[in-house]
Design a protein around this ligand. Structure first.
Ligand SMILES: [Mg+2]
Length: 279
């Protein structure tokens, strides 16, 4: 992806953390250029009822295939191997099985091996993050040009998510960070694509599901969002695990892009209803 480059590391602002949703107006509207305003209005269906954007993190807001995914892979395998006393090959097999079955390796480790979630997540993301973070150009400006609240919704741990957003210089663009640390419901971890999680997110947002757009690289998470009525944008990335299994565009995908900037330039074809009456 030629538009990708090494992200800068601006001074991090004090921004959102758990509890995840802040009732703040979306930042950056003053930075909208005239042409962008027209495109965004067309996309979002008018400023009167701006959408709420849920952004995934890995392979959505940044490119994991250029280093960071390898680091996660290595650290995750090491964490599984150390926890269970296994060789790397056996740890890799277990890790992939749990990721595929539960959407997050940590759930399998907690359910089947009694691992402590916090400890496991810390060990599995224990590497130097900043040098490995890459994104498309002008990401902060592009996010600022999108009307409506932006919430990060990631199955990654909060500390890692904050560091990636800080490195990308986009932490201030978000009104809330919803990480796997916040995805425990009735004592059980419920990451994406859990319908229970999605319903909890909707309840906290307090807007109709059709006003909420999940932007995400993992198709099964988009399918989960659609099951509760959200709109969906698929960020296609060949580096996403199991992406080769999904060559088509499911009926639950409203739009498909390969850069966040495409949300602004009208290439995604997404339309958001003007009012709840359109539900
Ligand atoms: Mg992802």
């Amino acid at each position: 992806m030629s538009a990708l480059r090494r992200a800068r590391s601006p001074a991090p602002p004090e921004a959102a953390s758990g509890p995840p949703i802040r009732a703040l107006p979306s930042s950056g509207r003053a930075a909208l250029r005239k042409a962008d305003k027209h495109r965004v209005r067309k996309l979002a269906g008018g400023a009167q009822c701006a959408p709420v954007w849920l952004f995934d993190l890995d392979n959505t807001l940044h490119d994991c295939s250029r280093g960071i995914f390898g680091a996660i892979d290595t650290a995750m395998s090491r964490a599984v191997a150390d926890t269970l006393g296994l060789e790397k090959a056996a740890a890799d097999e277990i890790r992939h099985r749990y990721w595929k079955r539960y959407g997050a390796t940590v759930i399998g480790m907690v359910r089947h091996h009694g691992a402590r979630a916090g400890d496991f997540l810390e060990r599995s993301h224990n590497f130097e993050i900043a040098p490995l973070v890459h994104s498309e150009r002008g990401l902060a400006r592009k996010l600022a040009c999108l009307p409506g609240r932006k919430i990060l919704l990631t199955n990654a741990p909060l500390r890692y998510a904050r560091e990636v957003l800080n490195t990308l210089g986009i932490l201030h663009c978000f009104d809330g960070l919803w990480a796997i640390d916040h995805m425990t419901l009735q004592g059980r971890m419920r990451p994406k694509p859990s319908a229970a999680l999605m319903r909890q997110v909707l309840a906290r947002l307090g807007v109709p599901a059709r006003r909420v757009i999940l932007v995400e690289d993992t198709l099964r998470n988009l399918r989960g969002a659609r099951q509760v009525g959200m709109r969906t944008v698929h960020v296609f990335h060949p580096g996403t695990p199991f992406s080769a299994l999904y060559s088509g565009r499911g009926l639950y995908v409203d739009a498909r892009i390969n850069a966040i900037g495409h949300l602004l330039v009208g290439r995604c074809g997404l339309r958001i209803p003007r009012s709840p009456d359109h539900e």
